[in-house]
Ligand binder design. Structure first.
Ligand code: GLC
Length: 400
C-alpha cells in the first residue's frame, strides 16, 4: 500500500448493532450471554442494500471496503459450515458478505475482510496469551490448536467463495507465531496484502485512532491507518460522539501524504442502513477529499526541505508537481518557503482549486537584526482564504 495507497471504507457490522452501544457490547457492558447471543434471533436487516453502501463509498472517493466477517463476539456474517452462530440462522437468513461481494464486483470496488482472532463464542476460542478475552465462552480451558483449525477452515471459506479479496485484516494479535495461517491466506489469494495483527508480522502496519505517527514524513513500512467517524465505537452507536470534520480530514491528510492507506469506519445500524448522521460525517470528509483530485494517492515522498516559516507540512510529488500538505492547517493567509528549487510556474490551492498569487521577495517579518537588512527572499504564496477552510488541512499544488 505504500506505492498504491488508497482511501477505504471500514465497516463494523454484526448483531451488536441491535444494542446501539458498541461492537464489544457483550463485554464492555457485561451483558448476559444468553441475552446477547439471542440477538441473532432478532437480526433482520430488511433495509440492507449493499449497492447503496458501495455507491456511498465511491462517492466518498474510496477505492475499497473492509468489512467485519467475524468480530470478537464470534458471530459470523457469512454462510459458514463451521458454526451455527451465523447470519443464515437469523430471521434475515441471507449471506450478507456474498451480497456485498456482488455489489462490489458490479461497481468495481475492492473488497477486504476483517477477522477477529478473539472469539467469545467458540468453545476453544480462549487464548490466555492475547488480550480481549473477557467474555470467552470457556475461560477454564484453552486449545488454540483446535481453534486454529476452525480459523483456517473459516479463512478458507472467506478466501474461496467471495471472489478476489484485496486485504486481510486480522484483529488482535494472538501473540502466537504460526506462519501457516498467512501461508494459507496467500495460497488462496495470491497478491493479497495482510496486516500485522495476525499470526506473523504480515505485510502492513495498522496504526489506529488518535495514533500520531512519529514526526515522520514517510512510512518505512506499508501502512494502513484506521479510525471511525465516531470516537466511542466502531459498531453502530445510537449516541455516538462524532469527530469533527477537521480532526478526520487532518488525520487522513497526514497519514496518506506519508504514503499510508486510510480506512474510515462507519457502523451500519440493525436495519442495514448507514444512517443519516454517519453519512453526513462521511460526506463532510468526502467533500474535502474529492477536492484533492487524487493527489493523496500514489504520490511519492518529496525529500526537498522547503522550510515553511511556521506551519507543519509534508511534501509529496505526483505527475511532476509538488504537493505541500499543511496537515494541521496554516496560521495566516500565506505560506512562506525559505527554500525552493526555483520560481514556480503556477501555484494552486487544492481546497478551492483556485490559482494563488506568489512572489519571491524578502519579508519584513524576517530581517537580519545585526545589519538591519532584509533577509534572503522567500517564496511567498499569499492570498490564501484560510478562514474559509478552517475545518480542513491546507494543500498547495506547485508546478515548477
Ligand atoms: C480495536 C477494537 C476493535 C475494532 C478494531 C478496529 O482493535 O478492539 O473492536 O474492531 O480496533 O481496528
Amino acid at each position: 500500500m505504500t506505492h498504491e495507497n488508497k482511501f477505504g471504507m471500514f465497516i463494523h457490522w454484526g448483531i451488536y448493532s441491535l444494542t446501539g452501544l458498541h461492537e464489544q457490547a457483550i463485554a464492555r457492558y457485561d451483558l448476559d450471554r444468553a441475552y446477547y447471543e439471542g440477538l441473532a434471533n432478532e437480526f433482520d436487516p430488511a433495509d440492507y442494500d449493499p449497492e447503496q453502501w458501495v455507491l456511498l463509498a465511491k462517492k466518498a472517493g474510496m477505492k475499497y471496503i473492509c468489512i467485519t466477517a467475524k468480530h470478537h463476539d464470534g458471530f459470523c456474517m457469512w454462510d459458514t459450515k463451521y458454526t451455527d452462530y451465523n447470519i443464515m440462522n437469523t430471521p434475515y437468513g441471507k449471506d450478507v458478505l456474498k451480497m456485498l461481494a456482488d455489489a462490489c464486483k458490479k461497481h468495481g470496488m475492492l473488497l477486504s475482510f476483517y477477522y477477529s482472532n478473539p472469539d467469545w463464542h467458540h468453545e476453544y476460542g480462549y487464548n490466555p496469551a492475547s488480550t480481549h478475552q473477557w467474555k470467552s465462552a470457556r475461560m477454564d480451558t484453552s486449545d488454540t490448536e483446535k481453534y486454529r483449525e476452525y480459523v483456517k477452515n473459516q479463512v478458507t471459506e472467506l478466501l474461496t467463495n467471495y471472489g478476489p479479496i484485496y486485504t486481510f485484516f486480522w484483529d488482535i494479535p494472538p501473540k502466537i507465531e504460526d506462519p501457516s495461517l498467512n501461508e494459507l491466506v496467500r495460497k488462496l489469494q495470491p497478491g493479497i496484502y495482510i496486516n500485522d495483527r495476525g499470526w506473523d508480522k504480515g505485510d502492513f502496519s495498522t496504526p489506529e485512532r488518535e495514533y500520531q505517527a512519529a514526526e515522520g514524513v514517510s512510512f518505512t513500512r506499508m501502512t494502513e491507518a484506521c479510525n471511525s467517524v465516531g470516537q466511542q465505537s466502531w459498531g453502530y452507536r445510537a449516541q455516538e460522539d462524532f469527530y469533527t470534520k477537521r480532526h478526520l480530514c487532518c488525520s487522513i491528510d497526514r497519514i496518506m501524504s506519508m504514503g499510508g492507506s486510510y480506512l474510515l469506519n462507519v457502523g451500519p445500524n440493525a436495519k442495514g442502513v448507514i444512517d443519516e448522521k454517519y453519512t453526513e460525517k462521511l460526506m463532510a470528509v468526502a467533500d474535502w477529499y474529492n477536492r484533492m483530485e487524487g493527489c493523496l494517492e500514489c504520490a511519492e515522498h518529496d525529500p526537498f526541505s522547503y522550510e515553511p516559516r511556521h506551519d507543519k507540512y509534508i511534501a509529496t510529488k505526483k505527475n511532476g508537481k509538488t504537493y505541500l500538505h499543511f496537515y494541521n492547517g496554516i496560521i495566516s493567509e500565506s505560506v512562506a518557503l525559505k527554500n525552493y528549487p526555483g520560481s514556480p510556474k503556477k501555484v494552486r490551492l487544492m481546497n478551492s482549486g483556485a490559482e494563488l498569487p506568489f512572489a519571491i521577495e524578502p519579508l519584513p517579518e524576517f530581517f537580519d537584526g545585526k545589519t538591519g537588512k532584509a533577509s534572503a527572499p522567500f517564496l511567498h504564496i499569499y492570498g490564501i482564504p484560510s478562514d474559509e477552510f478552517v475545518s480542513e488541512p491546507i494543500v498547495l499544488e506547485i508546478e515548477w
